[in-house]
Every structure is written in C-alpha cells, then in structure tokens.
Design a protein around this ligand. Structure first.
Ligand SMILES: *Cc1c(COP(=O)(O)O)cnc(C)c1O
Length: 421
C-alpha cells in the first residue's frame, strides 16, 4: 500500500496534488511519501517483534539525507556499502552502533573511516578483506566487530543482475569454506567475530530461497558454536520484492517473512538484523514526467517524455516494468491508446515501455511512474548532460525539495580545461 492516490480526479502524494509540485519544481522529478516510508519500515520492525532485532535500511535503494532522517527517527539502522554512504548515514543522524558496512571491495580508507566514526559491524566478504581490516583496526588500537558473509549457493530466482547468492556470484565466502575462514578470523588480533551474514539477491518474490539460505545459516551457527566461536548476531540481508505490476502475483508480506525467520532461526537466541532496501523505498516514490510530443510512427505511436533512461534506468538495465499512470485521473471506462513510452536520449535503450495501453495523452500532460522510489534517483546520471532531476519529499500537506536541480553552470563548472590546451 502507498499514499499516491487519485482525489477529485488528480493524483496526489499524500495530501498534495502532484500537479502542484510539478508547477513549483518543474519536470521531471522524484516524489517520496513520508507516510509510505514510515509504514514500510514499521511493517518490518513489527514483523520481527518479540525477537531482539534491528532493521538496517539498505540505503543504496534511496539515499537522500531527508529519507534517511525519516527512517533514522523511527529507530532504523543503516546498511552502507561505501564511505560515501557511511558519511550520509552519520550526516542523517544515525549513530555508528546502528550502521553495518557491507560490500565486496571495502578499501582501507573506508575501514578507517568507519572504525574511527563508529560502526556496529563489518560484513566481511573475503580473506584478504579480513586481513586488511585486522591491520587497519590494529593501527588504530581497536578491534573490528565482524560477520562473514557466506554464499549459500541458493538460486534466488530473480533477474541475473541482482542475484547474489549462487556460487558463480562474486559475493561472500562459499558456505563450505566458512568454518576455515572463521578459524582464521579468530586468530587475527584486530578482529572480533560476532555473527554470520547472508544476502542472496534482490526483488525476490518467493520465501523459499530465503528459507533455504536461512536453514543453512542455522546449521552453520551450530557448527561455528561447536568450534568455539561466539555467534550472537545473524544478518539476513535484504531482498524482499515489491509488486511492480498490478496484475503480478503479490510477493510475500514482511509479516510472513518475519514469521519464517522466527521458524528457522528463532531458537538460536541470536539478535536478528535485516537489510531491506527496495521494499521500504520502492513504492514510497514515483517519478513524474511530462509529455513533450506524441509522435506517430509507421506502425505505432510514441509518447516522448521529458524523463529519460538517465533519470530512471531500471527499464533499460533490468527490463523492469513500471506502472505508468496519468496525473489527471481518466474517466471510468475511458478509451485506451497503445504507446511506446520513450525518453529523449539518443539510444533505443531509452524506452520505458513498449505497447503500453494508456488513456489518450497529449503534449503537456503529466504522467507518473509508480514504484520508482528504489534504485531510481540513486542510479541516475547526467548522461546527455541532462541535469539530475529534483527529489521532493511530501508529508501530509507539506512538501519540500530535498535535492534541487543543478543549473547548467554548476554542471559545467565541475569540468576543467587544462591550461596547457
Ligand atoms: C542491495 C543489498 C540489500 C538490499 O536489497 P533490497 O533488494 O533492496 O532489499 C541488502 N543487503 C545487501 C548486502 C545488498 O547488497
């Protein structure tokens, strides 16, 4: 459920008409709903009720400071994957002991930053990383709390670009080698083992792969404890999918996911961490764009928008399907017209949808891409020297620009022409 609904014939974000925001900030723009972010965080938090737990929002899904502040104020932890994200978490007011650091290629500088600024744990993905982390911690006279990310070799049954839990993926340590790696970790003076980490992929629409992975984690917990390690924390990653299409079979709910976690891992007495990103931000944001032209082709009509693949890359990158809706509500039973919905960028890949049935649209009309809150703004670029589009946050009847559109001067001034030219 989200808070983008038609009221009096106009699509609203909570209590604010999207057309009003468009008039104030121009198009295209991203718009997020505070109430939806809040609701989604609470669903996860409540799903783990009764177990010692921390929901660490995977901020790579949407990392604007204002979004992070909304979640931080609700008590969220953060899952960060770079020094930049670590800096964002701290700037949004997240205490270090609520930040977990994930990622396959953490640098020594990033380790240094997190160890001096405060960190809950590093989720370590390789033996060389373990070695480097121990050295950095020793140089600072501290000990780094860690989990090892294990790769359970489970097929997440999702898009190949976002599956991470098969042995051919670059992530984690093969679960079969985990005991040897933990034994090594225990001997390193700058390392303190606190738990186990697993994350098998994104946009999972079935609980079975999660269950298979978590069952392996439960077995490993028992083995590692028998080997003498202290395992008090299980980080179960993110990955629960969202419904992108209205006719999709609905992915499992956070409540069902939480119940499954309790079934598989509840008896171990561990603190549970989860790292949802997409499910918290995805349906809490949409991208609003304007029709520039309607162009009639040989055998089809093109709806040419002012938004493009550089603003929302998911269709081009993951073959993603986004619901596209007019900002003015169509009359019930209104006729439909079939369009290819495209942006102005000079690539055929700049296509949002092919053969999409929509109410007839004209130049100047506004459309909204639903479910664009996660992996939308964060993956945008200035390709074609198109400015990064604004982000807007709504709360009740208030809205604010939380990232403004840069001017062309600001963009150009980042380049330098060497004086020897
Ligand atoms: C991407 C990622 C997440 C979040 O995945 P979602 O599908 O957005 O929930 C969580 N943990 C790690 C380690 C990730 O790489």
């Amino acid at each position: 459920m989200d808070h983008f609904l038609y009221r009096n014939g106009a699509l609203h974000a909570e209590d604010v008409p999207l057309a009003e925001i468009a008039a104030a900030v121009g198009t295209p723009f991203y718009c997020y709903s505070t109430a939806t972010l809040t609701r989604h965080f609470r669903l996860f938090d409540e799903a783990l009720d009764g177990m010692d737990h921390l929901v660490c929002y995977a901020m790579k899904a949407a990392s604007n400071l204002a979004i992070l502040r909304v979640l931080a104020d609700l008590g969220a932890g953060m899952d960060v994957v770079s020094g930049g994200e670590y800096a964002r978490a701290r700037a949004a007011g997240v205490p270090g002991d609520r930040i977990v650091f994930s990622g396959v290629g953490k640098t020594r500088d990033e380790m240094h930053m997190a160890l001096t600024g405060g960190i809950r744990q590093f989720n370590v993905e390789s033996e060389p990383e373990l070695q480097a982390l121990s050295e950095v911690a020793l140089s600072l006279g501290v000990v780094a709390p860690i989990t090892v990310r294990v790769n359970p070799d489970v097929d997440a049954k999702t898009h190949a670009k976002i599956a991470t839990g098969k042995s051919e993926n670059k992530f984690g340590i093969p679960i079969a080698r985990a005991r040897a790696v933990y034994a090594h970790a225990a001997r390193l003076p700058g390392i303190k083992v606190v738990g186990i980490d697993v994350h098998i992929g994104s946009q999972l629409t079935d609980l079975a792969p999660f269950r298979a992975a978590y069952r392996k984690v439960a077995e490993l917990t028992a083995q590692l404890r028998a080997d003498g390690h202290t395992i008090t924390r299980l980080d179960l990653g993110g990955g629960l999918g969202i419904p992108y299409a209205r006719d999709n079979s609905a992915p499992p709910l956070p409540l069902e996911y939480g119940a499954m976690i309790r079934e598989e891992l509840g008896h171990l007495g561990c603190e549970i961490e989860i790292e949802p990103g997409r499910l918290i931000a995805g349906n809490a944001g949409l991208m609003v764009s304007q029709v520039i032209y309607v162009k009639s082709g040989e055998d089809r009509d093109f709806l040419i928008l002012d938004g493009a693949m550089n603003d929302l890359i998911r269709p081009a990158m993951y073959d993603a399907w986004h619901d596209i809706v007019p900002v003015i509500e169509p009359a019930p039973g209104a006729e439909q017209h079939v369009y290819d919905v495209v942006g102005p960028v000079c690539e055929s890949g700049d296509t949002f949808a092919r053969g999409r049935a929509l109410p007839p649209l004209a130049q100047g009309d506004l459309v909204a891409f639903r479910s664009a809150g996660a992996y939308g703004a964060v993956m945008s670029s200035e390709y074609n020297t198109r400015p990064l589009i604004p982000e807007v946050l709504v709360k009740g009847d208030q809205f604010a620009v939380i990232r403004r559109r840069p001017t062309f001067d600001e963009m150009l001034n980042r380049d330098t022409i060497p004086e020897w030219l």
